[in-house]
Design a protein around this ligand. Sequence first.
Ligand SMILES: Cc1ncc(COP(=O)(O)O)c(C=O)c1O
Length: 394
Amino acid sequence: MFTKRLDRIQPSATLEMTAKAAELKAKGIDVLNLSVGEPDFNTPDNIIQAAKNAIDNGKTKYTTGSGILELKEAICTKIKRDNNLEYNNSNIIVSCGGKHALYNACQVLFEKGDEVIIFSPYWVSFPDFVSITGATPIYVKTIASKQYEPDFTELKEKLSSKTKGIIINSPSNPTGGVWSDEAIKKTIDLALENDLWVFSDECYEQLVYDIPFKSIATFTNKRDKVLTFQSCSKTYAMTGWRIGYTVGEAQVIKAMGKLQGQSTSCPNSIAQYAAIEALIGNQSQVLEMANIFKKRRDLIVNSLNSIKHITCDMPMGAFYVFPNIKFFIGKEYKGNKIKSASDLSLLLLKEKFVVTVSGDAFGAPENIRFSYAVSEQTINKTMERIESLFSLIK
Ligand SMILES: Cc1ncc(COP(=O)(O)O)c(C=O)c1O
């Protein structure tokens, strides 16, 4: 009944877990939801006020398809200030979230016969963005103990004349890994040598805790084939507002605008005005949120490592940890065999009402993703529940 195109993609595993958590909560159950991919903070007041002003001033009509000029100018200011990148308005398109921006770029650049490199573990949506275009995702392993940097031997092996693009996501969802300068430089050099499109998904750029963040485009002067994707969602706790943007060479940006004009017309007008305030207004809350996340990260990593048979590397960014739970696969709980990370994640949900996302969804069958966009109290309660459950797995 439906098109083959639809068969090429999967429902979002993370959104599915969020729906499961909401269902249990509605039944009055004390759910601990660590599956969330969004900050638990409210959107800062100055941003909310800017949106209210936009409504009061009648900024409620269609805008230019690729975003209002004032927002593009604000993005140019922001990327110069935070990322040391110099671009002008013709290099910017605003979309309905970073997800929409990435989707559009894949539609514009990839098609049947093309191969696109994706590093595993990967954000759940990358393979689907590629597959829906007809192109083939090619997975390259990364090294957990090295912030999930690429296995360069495998990367070189997997590059072919069909390779058209490469998707980098540092800091990463699901691992929180942040690549070193050396790893980025090596990847960029390989990509440029092979004339690839480089997608840099930088939606967690402001959530890097131990080293300064460097935008991937700053690693080369040959930026024509480098597209930078950023978003207001995570940085400004604006996930529901749906504003993300792409920065890149003017012709590609124009092509993305052509597609966007025939799909969503334009991003939400009110959210665009709010985004201007977010990007060039007071930034103090960004740092405050990052400091809170860092404290929670330290707490959750230390707590997980103190639970027998779990190992968790210290991620340098985002708000996820990705512990290895391999020990428990093949073991039994009350006579039932745990066959996969998904089984363990479901067991946590059923027995302890702890919501996580299994690594299977991210191409990592020995891991489970925990988001620490929750209070320290929730982290502590979660760890107690995990410990009491896991001690019974034999
Ligand atoms: C790696 C990554 N990229 C992009 C996005 C998209 O975010 P948004 O569409 O809200 O900007 C997300 C959201 O979870 C993400 O984790």
